[in-house]
Ligand binder design. Structure first.
Ligand code: DHE
Length: 566
């Protein structure tokens, strides 16, 4: 006979599948079922708990270690390193009053979520995680999360490797290539970074860096490329050598997503800042050698003034001012924008600006005076006046804004900064120039087809186009295309299908230095590629493919990254 737990699990599986098809009828059934379950909740939860105890959640130390690694690499970004929730819900054995207890979901319920994803933006992990990994996670998530061991300056220094000291590096480029038009391209799952010559489209080298590299940033001179991975490892690449070479490495934490350099005149190539997810801290390093200089934990009270103390206060996006000796570090769970003054890197002075939760990604307006960042759990964009270290405005935009660094356009509605949304099909255009409507949404636009899932937008000062992806839309017909809009009228111009011989999800854009080509990654497919479009004609110019093109994600043109061109 079917137990109540089995019935619940089967229904969750069914509902997950149907929600992907946006089946309204079953969604209504879900609501009705949830209501009826709630009435009976006490009884059900007790019965389920009994069953869990009866079944026993057996997990060995080795499996805990493996589960932690999978969780860190794949899940912690959204659910928090301590599983207390962030962009995604908490995943705790007994729940937290807001999200259900993982023990109550049980093996089948957890599996349903992992395999099918959710309409809220969680991708389906079936096909990415192996059957063994999925099975392990259904047990791992039902026991208490492991404690994160300490990782401070001492531990960081122990991982530091200066592979080629400064004195042994060339003083000028050993080649005739145009470094400013180099592209660093992330091969995510391979933990590699490819350096491609943007002029000739040749792959110059593929370097082994940290696991699941997340972003690249360049030094203020454009000479060095730094990668940071989900394993907290920073790798420093010198582009002056004949073939770009790794010259230093350090681990800044167990988990991280952001790295940036000092960009103000007089501080070029001097300091590097690293944002730790776990442990949550801001670390400053020597940008020539990666030697750690200081570490400042980011735990503290939340922005809302309710005195909630947040231990896991992860550092999300970081940008560097070009006019002041500061970095803008966004403290995700606390909703604090920290302006970090690096003129005394051993004792950095930090000005905290309370804003909204949870801060994620963002970029500058076209003047570089203002920084705009998504508070994705609040559906808002926060505007900061950087030189004056002040909050300007918090703007309601849409469900889970996700701009990447956003992009700046000169439109018929004025100068605007653009964000896409993960949770709905909407592009919001925020006016940035002075006058009526400044810091308000002056226009909203939809892409064809239902649902959100957009992660990145991109344009270039010389371009007449705005490019948008739909990477996390559950519909394969939408997540494999990119949409192009007129950057002045904001009218939809084209939906570009993956070219023949290419498949997977389209993600992230980068322009070449001249601003006349757009590079798009296709990943998580069978025929991954980097596709280069002519920005004017929207025709494919070149397709970069090969065994070495392994799940390409972010692409970073040296000139555009150094000068914040977007
Ligand atoms: Fe990212 C930027 C965090 C998932 C590709 N990503 C960022 C930034 C943060 C972040 C904080 C901003 C860095 C900065 O500007 O300093 N990303 C996270 C997550 O926590 C999240 C949601 C889940 C996770 O577990 O990592 C996540 N990101 C993804 C992906 O799934 C993407 C598409 C592919 C991947 O790497 O797995 C992805 N994120 C990127 C890229 C950027 C980025 C390409 C850089 C954008 C830019 O133009 O600067």
């Amino acid at each position: 006979m079917l137990t109540k737990k089995t019935i619940l699990s089967l229904l969750i599986i069914q509902i997950q599948i149907q929600m992907k098809k946006v089946n309204l009828i079953l969604a209504i059934v879900l609501v009705a079922f949830t209501i009826s379950c709630k009435k009976d909740k006490k009884v059900k939860t007790e019965e389920i708990k009994k069953e869990v105890v009866k079944e026993g959640i057996q997990i060995s130390d080795a499996e805990m270690e493996e589960g932690s690694k999978i969780f860190f690499d794949r899940c912690a970004g959204c659910h928090g390193s301590t599983r207390k929730g962030a962009t995604g819900p908490s995943l705790l054995p007994d729940g937290d009053g807001k999200s259900p207890a993982t023990k109550a979901l049980g093996v089948a319920g957890i599996r349903a979520f992992i395999e099918n994803g959710t309409p809220g933006g969680m991708p389906e992990w079936k096909g990415i995680l192996s059957e063994h990994e999925i099975e392990l996670m259904t047990r791992f998530l039902q026991v208490d999360p492991p404690v994160v061991p300490p990782f401070g300056l001492k531990e960081m220094k122990e991982t530091w490797k200066l592979i080629i000291p400064v004195a042994d590096r060339p003083t000028k480029p050993e080649h005739k290539r145009n470094i400013k038009n180099y592209f660093g391209v992330i091969m995510r799952d391979a933990g590699k970074v490819a350096i491609i010559d943007g002029d000739t489209k040749e792959r110059i080298v593929v370097l082994k860096t940290g696991f699941a590299v997340h972003i690249l940033r360049t030094s203020a001179s454009g000479r060095y490329i730094y990668s940071v991975g989900r394993d907290g490892r920073i790798t420093m690449i010198d582009t002056y050598t004949k073939i770009p070479t790794i010259v230093a490495e350090v681990r800044g934490a167990f988990d991280s997503r952001s790295v940036e350099v000092s960009k103000m005149k007089g501080y070029e190539d001097k300091y590097l800042v690293f944002g730790g997810y776990s442990p949550s801290h801001i670390a400053i390093m020597d940008a020539q050698t990666l030697e750690p200089i200081s570490v400042t934990p980011t735990a503290g009270n939340a922005c809302d003034g309710d005195k909630e103390y947040i231990e896991e206060a992860r550092v999300a996006s970081i940008v560097a001012s070009h006019t002041d000796p500061v970095w803008i570090c966004n403290i995700k769970e606390r909703g604090m924008v920290d302006i970090v003054d690096y003129s005394d890197p051993k004792n950095p002075k930090i000005t905290e600006i309370p804003t909204a939760r949870f801060l994620h990604d963002g970029g500058f307006d076209s003047t570089g005076h203002y920084f705009l960042v998504a508070a994705n759990a609040s559906n808002k964009i926060v505007v900061i006046d950087v030189p004056n270290k002040k909050l300007v405005k918090i703007i309601e935009t849409g469900i889970k804004p996700h701009p990447g660094r956003g992009t700046n356009l000169k439109t018929k509605y004025g100068n605007v900064w653009v964000t896409s949304h993960l949770g709905e099909n909407k592009l919001s255009f925020i006016k940035t120039n002075p006058g009526k409507g400044q810091w308000t949404v002056v226009k909203e636009v939809k892409a064809p087809g239902a649902g959100g899932g957009a992660l990145f937008v991109k344009s270039h000062p010389k371009s007449k186009h705005l490019w948008v992806d739909r990477t996390l839309n559950p519909d394969a017909k939408l997540n494999s295309v990119v949409d192009v809009f007129d950057s002045y009228t904001l009218e939809h111009v084209a939906t570009l299908q993956a070219p023949e011989g290419v498949d997977g999800r389209a993600v992230h854009f980068e322009y070449n230095k001249a601003g006349n080509e757009v590079w798009v990654s296709y990943f998580m497919g069978k025929k991954n590629a980097i596709v280069i479009y002519n920005d004017k004609t929207l025709k494919v110019k070149e397709i970069i493919q090969g065994d070495w093109v392994e799940n390409p994600t972010g692409k970073f043109n040296v000139y555009n990254t150094t000068h914040d061109v977007y």
